[in-house]
Design a protein around this ligand. Structure first.
Ligand code: AHR
Length: 489
């Protein structure tokens, strides 16, 4: 049978390392993203470790989560860190102005975040408040967290139960400052950024991140570079996939037709020229590529689950989301030279989640499985994979990515966007010494197939029997609407 898709994998032309942090997770104080989804408290009947759900911890360990971002998002710019320290029973109740005006009891605060990150084995990405905060508050919060001294703030941390300082790996200054973060103009934000950075001194260092707006605004990026590049280590952009592109009517998470399936991928791919636009501007100011680009938030954003509380951003997650994730991973790998961290929004119960919970129940979503399958790409060395694919709508039906894993094996990730027809793929291998191939496939019958608490395994990876490695040529028969990850050994 003639191949539908042909290509060449150049293992002899290694590219940049795929930073593990490109597989990061974002967790905001929002709906049940943390309360109920991660944190149930030590007295809960739901099995937990010092208040953190055991089932969620166990699942996240399967993903090898490299970095966790908290407390927002928009919430970061209304968060007062002092409401989340000290005895839990005496923490104040605050209103979550951005997300449904929910009463926040602040049981999950600074200590809980850093302890949770330790339990998960992830680096930390803390976002400080610029919109309603002050440089003094941010300076004091960072001292409280990271100082090894006997300062009053460090001693307060010790009295609250933590002797050793924690490490802040990534420090975000502001969040979407053009919008929920303070409706700022780029010049004003750049000046504020400089001021904050001048006072905040994280002990042990941190990657200091200047915030960009949602999606892309080249003028914002240029202004931030002109006015503040010497004060930053990284610049952050956000991008969400809305099937319709219309914030008032985004499209449903399930029960959609093929035109919305296709539109979802068309809008997913729009992130790549945005990344390239940011990179081109950063290249002008930083030709050596020292400063990183970060995608602080990405993922699908649909109409909320009917009947769910307003502002909690609850949505179902289907095979479509798994393919969106895999397409994004490929884009991230292709741009790994400057793109060095990303955070999917959000980890549990919010937007394109890995896990959904309801009381004691928990289910892994198709997106979880995509993250799990692509785990070998964390820290791998990217390799050029050129594919000639037939079209699906205006897109290529099959996309792919390849890398040499830290274990020395060669990994190939393939996505078939065509929801009706399988594809025969043939790839010539250059510089590869391998004699066998194994893999996994994620696919489903319906375009909106998803997992529920009653049927948790409707969409789950299975061993892939459709790949062959003969005389330096890799062949694979991809099912319709599938993600396949192959390991060559
Ligand atoms: O992830 C939900 C929200 O989307 C975040 O709080 C904000 O940064 C973005 O607009």
């Amino acid at each position: 049978m003639a191949a539908d898709v042909t290509g060449t994998l150049h293992a002899d032309r290694p590219g940049p390392v795929i930073a593990p942090e490109l597989y990061g997770q974002f967790m905001e104080q929002l709906g049940t993203g943390i309360d109920g989804g991660i944190w149930v408290g030590p007295d809960s009947d739901i099995p937990n470790t010092r208040g953190y759900r055991n089932d969620v911890l166990e699942a996240l360990k399967e993903l090898k989560v490299p970095v966790l971002r908290w407390p927002g998002g928009c919430y970061a710019d209304i968060y007062d860190w002092r409401t989340g320290i000290g005895p839990r029973e005496s923490r104040p109740v605050t209103l979550n102005r951005w997300w449904g005006n929910k009463e926040e009891h602040n049981a999950f605060g600074t200590h809980e975040f850093f302890e949770f990150a330790e339990l998960v084995g992830a680096k930390t990405f803390l976002n400080v408040n610029v919109g309603t905060g002050t440089p003094r508050e941010a300076m004091q919060w960072v001292e409280y967290i990271t100082s090894p001294t006997n300062s009053t703030l460090a001693q307060e941390r010790r009295r609250n139960g933590r002797d050793e300082p924690w490490k802040i790996d990534f420090l975000g200054i502001g969040n979407e400052p053009n919008g929920c973060g303070g409706r700022m103009r780029a010049e004003w934000f750049a000046d504020q950024f400089r001021q904050y950075v001048g006072f905040i001194v994280p002990h042990g260092g941190a990657t200091i991140i200047a915030s960009g707006p949602d999606a892309t605004d080249p003028e914002w990026t240029r202004t931030t570079m002109e006015l503040a590049i010497e004060h930053m280590d990284a610049f952050s952009m956000h991008y969400y996939t809305l099937p319709t592109g219309d914030w008032e009517n985004k499209g449903p998470a399930t029960g959609f037709d093929e035109s919305q399936w296709l539109a979802t991928f068309e809008r997913t791919y729009m992130i790549e020229p945005m990344i390239q636009e940011q990179v081109a501007i950063m290249d002008e100011f930083d030709p050596e590529g020292e400063k990183a680009l970060i995608i602080g938030e990405w993922g699908t954003w649909y109409d909320p689950t009917p009947g769910s509380p307003g502002g909690w951003l609850q949505q179902q997650n289907s095979i479509r989301d798994a393919l969106v994730a895999a397409v994004n991973f490929g884009i991230f790998h292709r741009n790994a030279r400057r793109l060095r961290a990303a955070g999917i929004a959000q980890m549990v119960n919010v937007l394109q989640a890995m896990l959904l919970t309801d009381g004691p129940k928990m289910v892994r979503t198709p997106t979880f499985h995509a993250f799990r399958m692509y785990r070998p790409f964390q820290g791998a060395t990217s390799l050029p994979l050129e594919l000639e694919s037939p079209a699906y709508g205006g897109l290529r039906a099959v996309d792919g990515t390849a890398a040499r894993g830290t274990d020395g094996k060669l990994y190939v990730g393939l996505v078939n966007l065509d929801p009706r027809e399988g594809k025969e793929v043939t790839i010539s291998l250059r510089g590869v010494e391998a004699s066998g191939v194994v893999g996994e496939v994620l696919t489903a019958d319906a375009i909106d197939a998803h997992n529920t608490f009653d049927a948790p395994d409707t969409v789950r990876p299975r061993p892939f029997e459709g790949a062959r490695l003969v005389d330096g040529t890799l062949s694979a028969t991809l099912p319709a609407k599938s993600v396949v990850v192959l390991a060559l050994e």
